[in-house]
Write a protein that binds this ligand. Structure first.
Ligand code: IPM
Ligand code: MG
Length: 371
């Protein structure tokens, strides 16, 4: 039986993961035959509080031995004063690095019922369907030298942006392959006019393109311009490929143009085990209140079924169920706007509505086969 390692994490993590897992159980029920073993472990601040470290060896072992990992979120102000090495974020970064997850796919798609939740005008947003491929195990997040030290009596903070040829080539290939299944367009985002590491990035992405992916329309964009273009004309993008840090920043921006950061799932690939997590954080301000939006985590389960378990039909059931629930007017606080037929619901009720819609999707699918 395939095994999923589950890290609910901190803040709203446990609440949204609970709903996502329960949607997975519904898929098991209705898909008939495929079931999954799940095992939960503490990660992040929750692990620090019990074990004194944000990720135990047991937790790492569990992730390595699983077929996929589902993660809620880590971190929170409670742990901010901790020394760098034991901060919750270290667990997430360690997990990504140790599992070799160099390609982070962050799709930003607008659900039609949420068009008015975007801060941008409807005509700018309608039909946005882009994916950011964020390099995830290199760049300034991991580069050496790093640290804070005193040099000649002055405190100095140091981080280093480093990219090697193989790191750039492999993530570029992921982006080009993905574009082949979509709109055949890749925008590579860098700061090649200032940073040598990304001057190399631009050169190598171009080489890989010219050698292996001539059928894809490749363009390059400076990151500051890209931040602007995402607001000015977001529909111009299909696949964006970029560095770890730029990808971190641009995906928060991309999520907001689709309505809420509470809607965007992600898949981290490249190793044997895929990692699936919402792109939002632990939202400590609303943790434990039962109001968080579970849809990004639920949609992350859909990505898991698609990429780790070869179950694209079931992935679509979940995605269409989410669309249906939104069309029926159910909204958590982050995407709520008062309007006729629109109802504000909590985390649990949102999950329940999705489960109901998944059952209907599955019934419909069976009916079509019988017919
Ligand atoms: C993300 C988050 C993480 C990152 C943090 C929590 C370390 O912001 O997944 O986008 O910077 O990668
Ligand atoms: Mg981020």
């Amino acid at each position: 039986m395939p095994k999923i390692c589950v890290f609910p994490g901190d803040g709203i993590g446990p609440e949204v993961v609970r709903e996502a897992l329960s949607v997975l159980r519904t898929v098991e029920e209705v898909a008939g035959g495929r079931s999954f073993e799940t095992e939960e472990e503490l990660l992040g601040g929750a692990s620090y509080d019990v074990h004194g470290v944000p990720m135990t060896e047991r937790a790492m072992g569990l992730a390595c031995g699983a077929d996929a990992v589902l993660l809620g979120a880590v971190g929170g102000p409670k742990w901010d004063p901790l020394p760098f090495a034991v901060r919750p974020e270290r667990a997430l970064l360690g997990l990504r690095k140790n599992l070799g997850l160099f390609a982070n796919l962050r799709p930003a798609k607008v659900f039609a019922p949420l068009l008015d939740a975007s801060p941008l005008r409807r005509e700018l947003v309608e039909g946005i369907d882009l994916v950011v491929v964020r390099e995830l195990t290199g760049g300034i997040y991991f580069g050496e030298p790093r640290g804070i030290r005193v040099e000649n009596g002055v405190e100095v903070g140091i981080n280093t942006e480093v990219y090697t040829r193989p790191e750039i080539e492999r993530v570029a290939r992921v982006a080009f392959e993905l574009a082949r299944k979509r709109g055949r367009k890749v925008t590579s985002v860098d700061k090649a006019n200032v940073l040598e590491a990304t001057e190399l990035w631009r050169r190598i992405v171009t080489e890989v393109h010219d050698r292996e992916y001539k059928d894809i329309d490749l363009s390059h964009m400076l990151v500051d311009n890209c931040a602007m273009q995402l607001i000015r004309h977001p529909k111009q993008f299909d696949v964006i490929v970029t560095t770890n840090l730029f990808g971190d920043i641009l995906t928060d921006e991309a999520s907001m143009i689709t309505g809420s950061i509470g809607m965007l799932p992600s898949a981290s690939l490249g190793g044997r085990v895929g990692l699936y997590e919402p792109i939002h954080g632990s939202a400590p301000d609303i943790a434990g209140k039962g109001v968080a939006n579970p849809l990004a985590t639920i949609l992350s389960v859909a990505l898991m079924l698609r990429y780790s378990f070869g179950m694209p039909a079931e992935a679509v059931w979940i995605e269409e169920a989410v669309e249906k629930v939104l069309a029926d007017g159910f909204r958590t606080g982050d995407i709520y706007r008062e309007a006729p037929g629109v109802r504000r619901v909590g985390t649990g009720e949102m999950g329940e509505q999705v489960r109901r819609a998944v059952r209907k999707q599955a019934e419909g699918a069976v009916r079509n086969i019988v017919r």
